[in-house]
Design a protein around this ligand. Structure first.
Ligand SMILES: Nc1nc2c(ncn2[C@@H]2O[C@H](COP(=O)(O)OP(=O)(O)OP(=O)(O)O)[C@@H](O)[C@H]2O)c(=O)[nH]1
Ligand SMILES: [Mg+2]
Length: 304
């Protein structure tokens, strides 16, 4: 068995009393030495149960899974590697070796467990499944890299790379931000196929699919500003241009065919087109800056 002295298993918890003991025990059984539970103020006995199972338990100072992960990695973890999982028994500790191996071999900075490789029936609702697919497609399109399952909660990374990404979001957008960070900082990332199991009976979700789905999509878009500015500005610019052209066509039709003029609509149309084209140009320029900046960073990295 590999030596896991430099690995901390990180489990964020919020009301996971039904499962946390098994999850903690599972990771110890696989040979991990440090299990850190960061609790979000559970109203059940999660912290006591986790601590009885042998984990180090701390309470996060803020709210949300993202804030919990950030606080844990920055304030409490001093090992070189972090293995992050949910405390809801949906990920298998037996698969931790495969998750951590690429890191220990020194090949990569960030490992993502791909739940879609082996998804047990009933582990994800239809809505969540569709939402995940949408987010993964949007990510691949906007950020230009296919990572298969960017929202996966089973991840392993070097502490160093986490600090380089420096995620800022507090809630369920944290996985998105980590994935975007991998592309932005050009980190070596590996996708490992894993199993995803249903939450056991008596355990309930903290995820609000609509609200959190919206937050995730917004995070994806917001982070495009520094990663793919052509999309960030260009998409809004295109919409504005198209709307302007459509209104313009209507105004033209009414003027030439019917003989009625619409001054206000004509102004709106002109504004939409001018604003849109300017935004697209701005996107092209920003894209240029980002590309050059990346090139500079790559050269600096090469020299170290
Ligand atoms: N510390 C902390 N942990 C949280 C918070 N919200 C969720 N968690 C934990 O983060 C992990 C992931 O949350 P889940 O509710 O399982 O979300 P999910 O895996 O996307 O959704 P499911 O399909 O329901 O499993 C679980 O272990 C939760 O207990 C929070 O605000 N603070
Ligand atoms: Mg879960």
């Amino acid at each position: 068995m590999a030596d896991y002295e430099e690995v901390t298993v990180l489990l964020p918890t919020l009301d996971e009393a039904a499962t946390v003991a098994d999850v903690v025990a599972g990771f110890f059984a696989e040979g991990f030495k440090h299990v850190l539970v960061i609790d979000g103020g559970s109203t059940d006995d999660t912290p006591t149960i986790a601590s009885d199972a042998g984990a180090t338990v701390v309470t996060q100072s803020g709210t949300g899974k993202g804030q919990a992960i950030r606080e844990a990695v920055v304030e409490y973890i001093d090992t070189q590697y972090v293995l992050m999982a949910d405390a809801d028994a949906t990920y298998r500790p037996e698969e931790a070796h495969r998750m951590i191996e690429p890191l220990l071999a020194g090949n990569v900075d960030h490992v993502i467990g791909n739940r879609f490789a082996n998804m047990a029936p009933g582990s994800m609702t239809k809505l969540n499944f569709a939402g995940n697919q949408l987010v993964n497609r949007a990510f691949a399109f906007v950020h230009g890299r296919q990572l298969h399952d960017i929202l996966s909660g089973y991840r392993a990374f070097t502490r160093d790379s986490f600090q380089r990404i420096n995620p800022r979001v507090d809630g369920f957008g944290v996985e998105t931000e980590l994935a975007v960070g991998c592309v932005k900082h050009d980190l070596d990332t590996e996708v490992v196929p894993i199993h995803y199991d249903p939450r056991p009976n008596g355990s309930s979700t903290n995820l609000h699919p609509i609200r959190d789905g919206f937050v995730i999509m917004l995070t994806l878009y917001r982070l495009a500003r520094t990663n793919n500015p052509l999309f960030y500005f260009g998409s809004v610019g295109m919409v504005s241009t198209i709307v302007g052209l459509m209104i313009g066509t209507y105004v033209g039709y009414r003027w030439f065919v019917v003989g009625v003029s619409h001054e206000v609509l004509a102004v709106v149309s002109a504004f939409g087109i001018l604003f849109g084209v300017q935004l697209v140009m701005f996107g092209v320029l920003s894209d240029l800056i980002v590309t050059l900046h990346r090139e500079t960073l790559r050269r600096i990295d090469e020299r170290d």
